[in-house]
Design a protein around this ligand. Structure first.
Ligand code: NAD
Length: 272
């Protein structure tokens, strides 16, 4: 797709969790990284798995965009500090930090979820967003502003038949982090927003759904969840998330902060 507008020309953007669980499929982070680059940004693609970060950067450079790949654990301060150092050495500034890491591993209520799984999801989902913010805020303050984009889920608000307590609590925490940071970083011209995703058909989301045994059953399961989406009865794609992210990252969203933006086809409004 030709974006034409180049709304992000000259910007330096770090996407943490820029790879895809499916390596070559379109995850939310990889689509965001690609759209940022198509809109003119230099993108630092960061992932726990270097091959996934490299694949995202490769997709961008193959299209003529500018990107580098780095390995880092999003919740590790030393790793994330070195991401900031490296991005600054490439571009001299960081305009946008996109905290996209998120993992849903456990199912169940507190008496069913082992402490280890609970702690893992809090670290992956909340601490990663805290850390991305922590390491980049001094740079943004010094350069006169910036944008932070966090990633939440409709599971922060709504529940399906099985309990996703740890994931839901962690994503609600990401939303609270977003709003508290927006309230106080505004004086430094740092905008902080969050994208709340309903269901985008990424390899990771499809794997999460894939509990049935046959392809036919899997398709039936997908059709059932699609029909619950008010907008055309369709799941979203990673690019629906990416287009929302590109707007939030751009100067067109210059007066928008503290927003939790649903990208869910209206699913929050529906009975699920
Ligand atoms: N796909 C959906 O339907 C959906 C719905 C709601 C929310 N989300 C959120 O969107 C985000 C991305 O989801 P996705 O479906 O594209 O998943 P994905 O697993 O394909 O992408 C996440 C990437 O983050 C990387 N990662 C994981 N832990 C990391 C860490 N500690 N440090 C650095 N990188 C790490 C993974 O290697 C992976 O490449 C997550 O925050 C997820 O919770 C997705």
């Amino acid at each position: 797709m030709d974006y034409g507008s180049r709304r992000l020309d000259g910007k330096s953007i770090v996407v943490v969790g820029a790879g895809s669980m499916g390596l070559t499929g379109w995850s939310n982070g990889k689509a965001c990284a690609a759209v940022y680059a198509r809109e003119g940004a230099f993108v630092t693609c960061v992932d726990y798995h270097l091959d996934r970060a490299e694949e995202a950067a490769h997709v961008i450079t193959a299209e003529g965009g500018r990107a580098i790949a780095l390995r880092a654990d999003a919740a590790n301060q030393a790793d994330m500090q070195s991401v900031v150092t490296k991005a600054l050495s490439e571009t001299g500034r960081i305009d946008v930090m996109h905290n996209n890491v998120g993992v849903g591993r456990s199912k169940g209520l507190p008496d069913e979820v082992p402490l280890e799984d609970w702690n893992f999801e809090m670290t992956q989902n909340i601490t990663s967003a805290y850390m991305g913010t922590r390491v980049v805020a001094p740079t943004m303050r010094q350069q006169g502003g910036g944008v932070i984009i966090n990633t939440s889920s409709l599971f922060a608000l709504r529940f399906i038949k099985r309990a996703t307590t740890a994931y839901s609590v962690s994503k609600a925490g990401v939303e609270a982090l977003t709003r508290s940071c927006a309230a106080f970083y505004g004086r430094d011209n740092i905008r902080v927003n969050c994208i709340r995703i309903g269901f985008s058909e990424t390899p990771a989301a499809l794997r999460y759904l894939d509990t049935s045994t046959t392809e036919e059953e899997r398709q039936a399961q997908l059709d059932k969840t699609r029909t619950k989406v008010p907008l055309r009865g369709e799941h979203g794609t990673a690019f629906d998330v990416a287009h929302a992210a590109a707007f939030l990252a751009s100067d067109l969203a210059g007066h928008i902060t503290g927003v939790i933006l649903n990208v869910d086809g209206g699913l929050e409004c529906a009975a699920i």
